[in-house]
Design a protein around this ligand. Structure first.
Ligand SMILES: *Cc1c(COP(=O)(O)O)cnc(C)c1O
Length: 366
């Protein structure tokens, strides 16, 4: 079989989730597992976390229903709420919780008669300027919902634009707007994504919403003591399938982007952009071969990529290759580092691993 596999370490997922909880001991942490748990497999990740996490967060009802079909019974929050009113009977039947960010969603909810009241997270735009009610209109919406028979617990929710940045000025501005609003309404809050969970205790509310940190990626501009304890959950591993010697000056791959500056040994790896490995990876993007660092040489192809292994004597056909994550000798290549070489973020690399790549799950040891 083709050797490319995404190994998913479910112990590491539990460890990272517990780190999020330790950062915010007064909050409940909603495990965000949208986009197929950032590419890791939503049902498997939810199963591994179900004994720890009080609730899960997803982007849409399709994702919530897949979790219910997978046997997940914990509360699931639709972070963008419904996309059309006809989802409400399913929300009710499957006991989902909904965000509301727009007037039409509130109207639809208040025109619906659920079997039991639905927990609602009222989303406010505090400065992200993407989804949510204007801060000025939020109190009126809150009053419409707070005593409505359709509505169970009501929370105030917002999202930060710059929680990952070390410059906290815009963050603090958003924070102050929200705290003032929550005080007026006497509302419980849910604000913190991963970076705010890790770096901004002031933003910890009744609930937090960590996502990417659960998968072992450090979302902060500057790492801290907690982020250094994160463990990679996905290790994208393959093998060397061919080797060749090049003379000085000879090019590798499409367009001949990389040229040998000396006599070089080039390894061909079974992994390419057709698997979700980013074609923007520049020459020099790190890769682990037998747990040792080496670098991409030449453009990434659809099914293959090429690496300079001149300095790795042990490199042979069948040698283990790690594109990101942990090698079997314990060496780690952080997905965040690979992302920088691809001019992107870990989120796109992780969610971008295509269905063609089999996921192999390492069961949690509990
Ligand atoms: C995706 C998402 C999160 C998680 O964000 P991370 O940066 O991955 O921690 C939190 N809240 C909302 C509303 C989201 O859409």
């Amino acid at each position: 079989m083709r050797p490319l596999v995404a190994h998913i370490d479910l112990d590491a997922l539990r460890h990272n989730y517990q780190l999020a909880c330790q950062c915010a001991p007064q909050s409940r942490s909603l495990a965000v597992i949208k986009a197929n748990a950032y590419g890791h497999g939503a049902v498997a990740c939810a199963q591994a976390l179900e004994s720890l996490a009080p609730a899960f967060g997803v982007a849409c009802i399709e994702e919530a229903l897949a979790l219910r079909e997978g046997g997940i019974t914990k509360p699931i929050v639709l972070l963008e709420g419904i996309f059309s009113a006809d989802e409400l009977p399913l929300v009710d039947r499957h006991q989902l919780w909904v965000a509301v960010h727009s007037a039409w969603q509130v109207d639809a909810l208040l025109a619906f008669s659920p079997q039991q009241p639905i927990p609602v997270w009222l989303k406010v735009d505090s400065g992200m300027h993407r989804l949510g009610f204007d801060v000025k209109e939020a109190p009126a919406v809150w009053q419409r919902l707070v005593n409505a028979p359709q509505v169970a617990a009501l929370h105030l929710m917002s999202h930060f634009a710059t929680a990952d940045a070390s410059d906290g000025r815009y963050f603090t501005q958003q924070m102050q707007v929200l705290q003032a609003l929550a005080k007026t309404l006497d509302a419980p809050l849910c604000l913190a994504n991963s970076p705010a969970t890790l770096a901004w205790p002031d933003a910890h509310g009744d609930w937090n919403r960590p996502g990417v940190m659960l998968y072992g990626s450090d979302p902060l501009e500057v790492a801290n003591d907690t982020t250094r304890q994160l463990r990679p959950v996905m290790s994208l591993r393959s093998e060397i399938i061919a080797l060749r010697e090049l003379s000085e000056g000879e090019p590798v791959g499409y367009g001949g982007r990389w040229r040998a500056k000396r006599r070089s040994r080039i390894a061909v790896i079974a992994a390419g952009y057709g698997d979700g490995y980013d074609r923007h990876a520049v020459d020099g993007t790190p890769v682990l071969v037998n747990g040792q660092r080496c670098a991409i040489a030449g453009k990434v192809s659809m099914d293959m990529l090429t690496v300079d292994v001149t300095d790795i004597q042990s490199a042979a056909i069948g040698s283990e290759v790690v594109l990101w994550g942990a090698a079997s000798n314990g060496a780690v290549l952080p997905v965040d580092e690979v992302a920088r070489y691809c001019d992107t973020i870990s989120y796109t690399l992780l969610t971008g691993v295509l269905p063609r790549v089999p996921r192999h799950y390492q069961a949690p040891t509990v």
